[in-house]
Unconditional design. Sequence first.
Length: 249
Amino acid sequence: DIDVPEDHPRYESLLTRHRIEDGVEKGITSRQGLIAQGRGEAFDYLLGERTIPSADAAERAAAAQLLLADHAVLSVNGNVAALVPGELVELAEETGAELEVNLFNRTDERMQAIVDHLREHGADEVKGLAADGRIPNLSHERAKVDSDGIGDADVVLVPLEDGDRAEALAAMGKVEIVVDLNPMSRSAQSADVPIVDNIVRAVPNVTRHARELADASREELQGIVDEFDREAALAAAERAIREGVGRDE
Ligand code: PTJ
C-alpha cells in the first residue's frame, strides 16, 4: 500500500510521511500530527536528514540515563506511535522502561487505538488508560498521566512533546529526555537531554547505545551522563541547521 520508488533521493522521508498518513487513517495520529510532521521535516531537511555527532552523543547519554533510572517511562503520542511502534517496544525491553500513551489532544478512541497498536507491535503492558495522576500546572485534559507511570517515573523520554507539557514535566524534577528536530523549541530547551534528530533515527540509535552499555557499571553510565553537555548539543544542532540553509543540494 506504500508506493514510494526506492531510488528516490528522499526515499526515507517519503516513507515516513506515508506512515503518518496511515496513522491518521487508522485513528492513531491526530490531524495536527500532520502539521507537526511537516514542521519536523523542514528542520530535518536542513540537518541533511542525518544524525549529527551531537545528536549521537545525546542518544548515548539518553541510553545511559534510561539504564541508570529506577523507573523510566517512554511517553508515546500519535506521531510516535505511527512512526516507530516496534522500535519503541524494543527500546523499552532493552532498558527495562515502561511505555505510556500520553496525548496532547487526548480522546478515548485515540488512547485505545494507540494502546492496541503498541500491543500489536509486541508491547506487553501499556500504561496511560488509568489517568489517575496529574502533571501540576497544566489544564485538566493535558495534565493526565498514570500515577504509577509517568507520575512515578524518575526518567521520562518525551518525544515530539508540546512545550508547556515538557516544561511542566521538567518542573516536577524528572530527568527529561526530549526528541525534537527543532533545537529552539521549548521542549528541547527544557530537556536535560535534548536529542535533535528525527525520531525514526533517534529511537533505534538509543537502543543500539543501550545494548552497547548493557554491561557498563553505574560509574561508567554516570560518567557518560556527566560528560554530556546539553548547551553544547543545542548549539551544535542550531549551527548545523544554519549551515543547512546555505548548503547547495
Ligand atoms: O498525538 P498527540 O495528541 O499527543 O499530538 C502530538 C503532536 C506532535 C501533534 C503534538 O504534541 C504537537 O502539536 O506538537 P508540536 O507542538 O507541533 O511539536 C512537535 C515538535 O516535534 C516540533 O518541534 C517538530 O519540529 C518536531 N517533530 C516533528 N516531527 C518530528 C519531530 N521531531 C523529531 N522527529 C520527527 N519525526
